[in-house]
Design a protein around this ligand. Structure first.
Ligand SMILES: Nc1ncnc2c1ncn2[C@@H]1O[C@H](COP(=O)(O)OP(=O)(O)OP(=O)(O)O)[C@@H](O)[C@H]1O
Ligand code: NI
Length: 328
């Protein structure tokens, strides 16, 4: 996976949350790259470090005591880790935008929808009031909000969850970002709306050529949207590859377990096989492979050696020490 054509290159990212007397290493040596126009998925169970990875890229931690302790983050030739706060602010919102799981809290409840969209247009794109208004109407219409003109004066509480997420996407797109970070954008929505929002993101990617970092705990969402995907477990990448590779030939016992837990793979009427046990505490992860306490194939070496991602076919890497022996 050469980074020559990558828009974003992340190398050996390490992110810690410093609590009272203890530190949680939420991201521990994560590397991946995202190409222009690509939808790249980050999938894994709750707490594995997906959001921490996203927030590290644009240093958005909402006041939590955090340090991005190591690694390189190259975005379109800019070393994001070396930017000062001002420089980061210019990138954030203008070149990299982020949408979140909860469309209820991400909007300002006391501000009209139109003003919230126009704010970014005026600040980042320097549009005057009239041009910003016209662009806001165009954006709302492009994200599938009907009669956009009459919606500009509405407040967020007038909108359903799905409509609010559309508005947030419009706000994110207002600055024509090169990268959209979508952190579980559909988790809070019901299934039909979820499907509509995912289709919207796919369409917008096709139209604008932006890249998307799609965070999800749902392999169904990955199958539907992602070109490539990294499977995260306990702060590290367990497996990475093109989406069809991961589904056709899952090469890590953790990915296999996730796939076995998918209804479609278990077959109709078959019982789901959820993974036994719990993910480790990231303040004190187990030695060796972090998945070994839950892995049906764990051998002695798995308890001792921390596996690195190794290529098993072009573009497809696995961080399982036994991948060859097991014929995965
Ligand atoms: N503000 C914080 N302070 C301390 N620890 C945190 C903080 N935010 C997250 N963590 C810890 O960092 C680890 C990774 O959390 P993160 O939110 O990145 O997981 P996630 O994969 O996004 O999970 P989810 O699917 O639930 O959103 C977890 O162990 C979590 O407890
Ligand atoms: Ni998260």
């Amino acid at each position: 996976m050469s980074g020559a054509t990558a828009l974003l290159q992340v190398e050996n990212l390490v992110t810690r949350f410093n609590g009272h007397g203890s530190a949680v290493t939420a991201v521990d040596g994560v590397s991946f790259d995202i190409r222009p126009g690509e939808i790249f998925g980050l999938v894994g169970e709750s707490g594995c470090g997906k959001s921490a990875t996203c927030r590290s890229l644009i240093r958005l931690f909402g006041g939590a005591a955090t340090e991005v302790a190591g690694g390189k983050i190259l975005f379109d030739g800019i070393d994001l880790a070396s930017l000062d706060d001002r420089g980061m602010e210019d990138v954030r919102g203008a070149r990299i935008a982020m949408i979140f799981q909860d469309p209820m809290t991400a909007l300002n409840p006391t501000m009209r929808i139109g003003d919230q969209i126009m704010e970014g247009l005026r600040r980042h794109r320097g549009l005057g009031r009239r041009a910003a208004r016209e662009e806001a109407v165009r954006l709302l219409s492009s994200v599938g909000v009907t009669s956009p003109e009459s919606r500009l004066g509405a407040y967020p509480h007038h909108f359903s969850g799905g409509m609010r997420q559309r508005v947030l996407i419009a706000i994110a797109l207002a600055c024509r970002p090169q990268l959209l970070i979508a952190d579980e954008p559909t988790t809070a929505l019901d299934v039909t709306i979820q499907d509509q929002i995912l289709k919207l993101i796919l369409r917008l990617r096709d139209e604008t050529g932006m890249s998307v970092l799609m965070v999800t705990h749902d392999l169904g969402v990955v199958a539907q949207t992602c070109d490539r995907v990294a499977v995260m477990y306990a702060g590290r990448i367990a497996e990475m590859g093109e989406t069809p590779q991961i589904f056709r030939r899952p090469a890590h016992p953790y990915t296999r377990a996730l796939l076995d837990a998918l209804p479609a793979h278990a077959g109709r009427g078959a019982k789901l096989k959820p993974i036994g046990g719990e993910p480790p505490n990231l303040a004190a992860p187990p030695p060796g492979c972090r998945f070994h306490p839950r892995c049906p194939h764990a051998a002695d070496k798995c308890k001792q050696r921390l596996p690195e991602l190794e290529m098993i076919e072009p573009g497809h890497g696995s961080a399982c020490l036994r991948v060859k022996e097991l014929g995965l």
